[in-house]
Design a protein around this ligand. Sequence first.
Ligand SMILES: Cc1ncc(COP(=O)(O)O)c(C=O)c1O
Length: 381
Amino acid sequence: MILQSKQPNIGTTIFTIMSKLATDCGALNLSQGFPNFDCSPKLAELVTHYLKKGMNQYAPMAGIQPLREVIAQKISDLYGVNYHPDIEVTILSGASEAIYCAITAVVHQDDEVILLEPCYDSYAPAIKLSGGIPVYVTLTPEDDYRIDWAMVKSKITERTKLIILNTPHNPTGTVLSQEDLMKLADIVRDTNIFLIGDEVYEHIIFDGREHWSLLRNSVLQERSFICGSFGKTFHVTGWKIGYCLAPKALTEELRKVHQWITFSTVTPIQYALADFLREPNNYLSIPMFYQQKRDKFLDCIKDSRFTYTPAHGSFFQCVNYKNITDENDYDLAIRLTREIGVASIPVSAFYNFKNDYKTLRFCFAKDDETLEKAGERLCKL
Ligand SMILES: Cc1ncc(COP(=O)(O)O)c(C=O)c1O
């Protein structure tokens, strides 16, 4: 029997490679993006409560009503934009599923999709599985990963169907500004281009910055799938639960895909999140919590030879190591895991052609002891 792979060039992801190596070497794992601390006990109690209460059968395809309602209320309170909970809010199994469904819903054979690289690794394979073509705009550390909107505009063709934006950004920690949204709106106004706003780090944003969600600009909002993740916001990445906000016509197409992938998402956790979200402090406290983590990590590496711009958002800090070695970033990430016991992600992994800007990404969603130990080791380089 011959199986012709639909993804012949896809191997094991860098996150799996580095996390496994970290485990094998007993290294501190600052590679993959997950916290090493637990969620709020209150949230865990709520899940237990609903499990015991018997909320254990299929949820409705779009998600349970109370959770869709509380999300719509939260978005209205925070940004003054109204989404109808019945027809414009959908609960999915993580932002990963939301992004996959949105891409699958709109991308046809030979459609082009603009990606700003470095970017999260799930986008390009999903585009290709739908027969689409990723078109890359490359952002570099020399320009502080600023988006060159003229360059984005120059990539638009008659075939451009979708642009994917991620703010706050993994891996670079940059965030979009209101001006970025206006420039993007100038590009897509009067076109049939859709947008995905990957906004999983919405609440992980620092130094008093505002989250400029795509939904805050009406030209962008009407064509956007806004994807969020409770895993990232509430330190429960293993629960794989997120949501998508999109105008009715877009939501209808998204749900058509979702119903054939997972159909519905884990029931007791939806009830627990609906209750938990009713207390705004549960998410409004997150920026300061993570800002302290970022500052702690930066304090721990301040005497190292790494150079960096403090992350503006997300739970990642990128550092440049030109002052330490000229090895490529992949080899260095592997060597540091083996030799000093600190795992990171080489940022080249987020570029289509594996551009090496001598940059490593560290995840600072870790307890202080782990950050201190990692800092001690990194300062010796
Ligand atoms: C930018 C970005 N988008 C999406 C995801 C996936 O989120 P989820 O775990 O909710 O599927 C991640 C997870 O690392 C991410 O960093």
